[in-house]
Write a protein that binds this ligand. Structure first.
Ligand SMILES: [Zn+2]
Ligand SMILES: [Zn+2]
Length: 333
């Protein structure tokens, strides 16, 4: 039996083990709000914590409802923006809230996140979500739509939008598929996708992309958005990018990556960009993106379950059996 100041939460213990335990309720500090978690989407970047263990409650794709009487947003459903940010440094003032120079903590990484019934978050991390977006789709506004659409918008600083431009997306996980949907709804017609997983590739094709065999060298691309994090995919991108083209590195990899300065690399003008998460100012446009493609985005959410099932469901997700499963909390208390 839980007391009023206790809740249930996941404990990532390392060695691919998660247990569910009872912990103290979070206590919001000044300038923070208590959020009842409604959905937290599972994310491949959590594998690190699954292997090595987490110091804090994990979970960083959080959608919930503010439950704090007297708070300006009490009762409002919000997506939780995970980078803490000061709001007044040079980066924040320029609108780059995800790259704040003063604070670099991330919710779900350096402080408690969404694999628990409640979470305390700074007020400036609350992103109100309109009523027509249902709970299951709410968390997609973060990594799946936010990170993906930001990668495309950054590329467009160097390559103006052109429907015919050949684009390759490497990796058809949730972010790669998110990039495909973002590209398609921004008008790109010539989108190719590579991924060793046939089921994921089929979804990309249903979204209007062309399958590009992994490792194939028979086409060149003006824009390559690398979402797998695999070194081989990055190397191949350097080879396949057209002169004056752009590579965007979205996928992450903790192992060092060596760039070979051979003639393929040396004898070409091209831009290589890294993009991280998204600025808060993108949020409204991202809600529009979701609205315009609700049924496509819904296909990515292929499982929903309660907290007690997380250990088993996380293992299935890590085995590549699901794309964007969501932890769904009941409101029984
Ligand atoms: Zn994520
Ligand atoms: Zn700042």
């Amino acid at each position: 039996m839980l007391t009023n100041d206790q809740m249930r939460a996941a404990d990532f213990k390392g060695d691919d083990t998660i247990t569910i335990k009872t912990v103290e309720m979070p206590k919001p500090g000044p300038g923070e709000a208590l959020v009842r978690v409604l959905r937290t989407a599972l994310c491949g970047s959590d594998f690190k914590l699954w292997h090595k263990g987490a110091e804090f409650i994990a979970g960083h794709e959080i959608f919930g409802r503010v439950e704090q009487p007297g708070h300006a947003l009490d009762g409002q459903r919000c997506a939780i923006y995970i980078p803490l940010h000061c709001g007044h440094c040079e980066a924040c003032r320029a609108g780059n809230s995800q790259m704040c120079i003063e604070v670099s903590s991330l919710i779900g990484w350096n402080r408690d996140g969404g694999y628990g019934e409640f979470v305390a978050v700074p007020d400036n991390c609350l992103l109100p979500v309109p009523d027509d977006i249902d709970d299951d789709l709410g968390p997609l506004l973060l990594d799946t739509i936010g990170t993906s659409a930001h990668a495309v918008r950054e590329a467009e600083r160097f390559l103006p939008r052109d429907a015919e431009r050949p684009v390759l997306v490497t990796g058809a996980g949730p972010v790669g598929l998110g990039v495909v949907l973002a590209l398609k709804s921004m008008g790109y017609e010539n989108v190719h996708v590579s991924d060793p997983n046939a089921a994921r590739l089929r979804i990309a094709e249903d979204f209007g992309a062309y399958a590009h065999p992994v490792g194939s060298r028979d086409k060149r691309f003006a824009l390559i958005i690398e979402c797998s994090g695999a070194h081989q995919a990055r190397d191949l991108a350097i080879e396949l990018v057209l002169p004056k083209g752009v590579i965007v590195l979205v996928g992450e990899n903790a192992a060092p990556w060596t760039i070979h300065e051979d003639k393929i690399f040396r004898r070409k003008d091209f831009a290589m960009l890294r993009t991280f998460y998204f600025p808060k100012s993108d949020f409204e446009a991202n809600v529009e993106l979701l609205r315009a493609n609700k049924e496509n985005y819904r296909r990515l959410v292929d499982d929903a379950f309660g907290l007690e099932a997380l250990p088993e469901k996380f293992a299935r997700f890590a085995a590549g059996e699901t794309i964007k499963p969501v932890l769904a909390f009941g409101e029984t208390r």
